[in-house]
Design a protein around this ligand. Structure first.
Ligand code: F6P
Length: 350
């Protein structure tokens, strides 16, 4: 069996998971540990709860034994939080952790918040490498993030179930899915689950237009309709007022509830009974599907290659079929759903 040479330069790396959890994090942790320890002979230290664990020195050694049997498990054995050293005056604590633990660098598995902090630390001269994860799939520089595929599958399964009950009762069914200010989950699950309308943030909606479309559909003999609503969907200006969403610790809107607002209006203008399902955190929980386990494993092993090559300040990414790496600073820009994909979905809105 071919084995790469143990790398004398690589001695000790840290690893953390930050932001909202998602399926596939454990598969990524396992891959980093197995490659760093097994191939490079390095030590891996796992920080608890993202950047908070770095600031608090909450750390333990991860070995191939401690990551055994986790490839299929949801959540993260390291715990996660949205903690950010720059918002908490923790830069000196992070520097101290690097120094005291004699770290070559840290592999940060995260979404925009965790990776923005990673990019900031890079600017401060601290070595970090990023692995992209978020069910929202909205990070720039990569075609896919860990967790997205499973979330789409969960939402698609929900749509399949809603179809049969919608049909039995001649109802209008609205499924609200996560995604923050990008419509990736809504659009891909909507395509896979045969939605009749998909509302995404990238395409402001007009309730009157949707009602007209649904009425026409029902006049043509359809007895039910399925509408997928991204939690961050926005109405065309002046057509409907949304409530003020509360904000999270980073000042971003905490979405949820838009489908409940739309349903009565659609029911009134179509004369159809409407029901709402808000899928919520079910999309983030449970076992990763095979695609997420494979992506996480590819990203984890590639991240260690990048560490060994001294590629600090970069993030592993999928572009087409290839794992590449891109500057960490590029990742945190929201990547909207492309027009071309929306047009595919739109083909079925009639
Ligand atoms: O970013 C992932 C995500 O699940 C979003 O889709 C959702 O808006 C948000 O996190 C929910 O966050 P929380 O776990 O804080 O409720």
């Amino acid at each position: 069996m071919h084995r790469e040479r143990k790398d004398a330069r690589l001695k000790r790396i840290g690893i953390l998971t930050g932001g909202g959890d998602c399926p596939g994090l454990n598969a990524a942790i396992r891959a980093v540990v197995r490659k760093a320890v097994g191939v490079h002979g390095a030590e891996v230290l796992g920080f608890r709860d993202g950047w908070r664990g770095v600031m608090r020195g909450d750390v333990r050694e991860l070995t191939p034994e401690t990551v055994r049997g986790i490839v299929h498990r949801g959540g993260t054995i390291l715990g996660s939080s949205g903690s950010n050293p720059f918002h908490e005056g923790g830069l000196d604590l992070v520097r101290a952790a690097y120094r005291d633990l004699m770290l070559d660098g840290i592999v940060a598995i995260g979404g925009d918040g965790t990776l923005s902090a990673a990019a900031g630390l890079t600017d401060e001269g601290l070595p970090v490498i990023g692995i992209p994860k978020t069910i929202d799939n909205d990070l720039s520089g990569t075609d896919l993030c860990i967790g997205f595929s499973t979330a789409v599958q969960v939402a698609t399964d929900a749509l399949d179930r809603l179809h049969s009950t919608a049909e039995s009762h001649n109802r209008l069914m609205l499924l609200e899915v996560m995604g923050r200010s990008a419509g990736w989950i809504a659009l891909e699950a909507g395509i896979a689950g045969g939605a009749d309308i998909i509302l995404i943030p990238e395409r402001p909606f007009d309730l009157e237009e949707i009602a007209t479309h649904l009425r026409r559909r029902h006049l043509r003999g359809h007895s039910f309709s399925i509408v997928v609503v991204a939690e961050g969907a926005v109405p065309l200006e002046g057509t409907l007022s949304l409530p003020e969403y509360p904000v999270d610790e980073r000042g971003f809107p905490r979405y949820g509830g838009i489908a409940q607002l739309i349903a009565p209006a659609l029911s009134a203008s179509t004369g159809w009974e409407a029901r709402v399902t808000q899928l919520g955190h079910v999309q983030r929980g449970g076992s990763p599907n095979a695609a997420d386990r494979i992506l996480a494993t590819r990203f984890g092993t590639a991240a260690v290659d990048l560490v060994a090559a001294g590629g600090w300040g970069r993030m592993v990414a999928l572009q087409g079929a290839d794992v590449v790496d891109v500057p960490l600073a590029d990742a945190a820009k929201v990547r909207p759903v492309p027009e071309e994909l929306y047009r595919v979905a739109e083909t079925f809105f009639y």
